[in-house]
Design a binder for this molecule. Structure first.
Ligand SMILES: C[S@@+](CC[C@H](N)C(=O)[O-])C[C@H]1O[C@@H](n2cnc3c(N)ncnc32)[C@H](O)[C@@H]1O
Length: 256
């Protein structure tokens, strides 16, 4: 298993305390896309701190959660090799995971493989460069002349466009009948939360921020404190953001 733009094991507590809240904004749209869930076998791939798996269970599903980081929720397994038989699940979710894998096409094929005929794969990613938070981070990096390290981007032949068409095409390429769209919500969290996630090395921005020498990190923090003002309201971070959500159906009929 492999992950990119994701710092690897050791980030579970920092993720739960910081960026998990941002990702959770997309979870209601994920749940809405796959209801009704009563009695369904659901696999949550890249389960993070487990809050989506808990919501899926709350909606009546039988949920198996996996994550390559043994400190995250579920048991230790990851893309592109899931330890399940073909067609083992009615619904497979991968929320903000395909943007962290080394081979997105192999990962999508594996999500499709473990999905039953007539079952669905639901995936979300962040669209590249267009969200309020990514534009804020770009201004922070620009203020200090910091450019992301080469390790954060996939080689061109493995990468896919981080757009509605890009994620839709990825699932279609795995043989799924797919609809993709943008979903939006208002994020609401503590002012320093996104900085703390990045400083802990979480996600693509974390790889860039945490990789800087201490004095550059301090300057980036000062730039964050300035730039975050544009996204703040009443001493909270409060802004509209969007993710790309795709639902891919495996051809065939689901039994029952
Ligand atoms: C941004 S977090 C999203 C967590 C959760 N799905 C959510 O929506 O809150 C990305 C998660 O993907 C996991 N991950 C990274 N590489 C992975 C891989 N190759 N296969 C499965 N999960 C992976 C990370 O350990 C992390 O828990």
């Amino acid at each position: 298993m492999s992950s990119r733009g994701w710092g690897g094991p050791g980030q579970a507590a920092a993720y739960a305390a910081t960026c998990a809240r941002l990702c959770a904004g997309a979870h209601p749209a994920v749940l809405a896309a796959v209801r009704p869930l009563t009695g369904r076998r659901v696999l949550d791939v890249g389960a993070g701190d487990g809050r989506l798996a808990r919501a899926l269970r709350g909606a009546g599903a039988h949920v198996v959660a996996v994550d390559p980081d043994p400190d995250m929720a579920g048991f230790s397994a990851g893309l592109p090799d899931l330890p399940f038989e073909d067609g083992a699940f009615d619904v497979v979710v991968a929320c903000f995971v395909l943007n962290h894998v080394d081979d997105p096409r192999a990962a999508a094929a594996e999500l499709a493989r473990v999905t039953a005929p007539g079952g669905r794969v639901v995936a979300t990613i962040w669209p590249s460069g267009t969200t309020a938070q990514s534009r804020m981070w770009q201004r922070v990096l620009d203020a200090e002349g910091v450019v992301p390290g080469p390790g954060v981007r996939l080689p061109e032949h493995l990468d896919f466009p981080r757009t509605v068409d890009g994620l839709g095409g990825l699932l279609r390429g795995a043989g799924l009948e797919t609809e993709a769209r943008e979903v939006g919500w208002t994020h609401d969290g503590p002012l320093a939360e996104l900085w703390e996630g990045a400083a802990a090395g979480i996600g693509g921005i974390g790889a860039t921020v945490a990789g800087q020498p201490v004095e550059v990190r301090e300057r980036l923090r000062a730039a964050y404190d300035v730039e975050v003002g544009a996204l703040a309201e009443d001493d909270r971070l409060r802004f509209r953001t969007e993710a790309v959500l795709a639902v891919g159906t495996r051809p065939g009929r689901m039994p029952g």
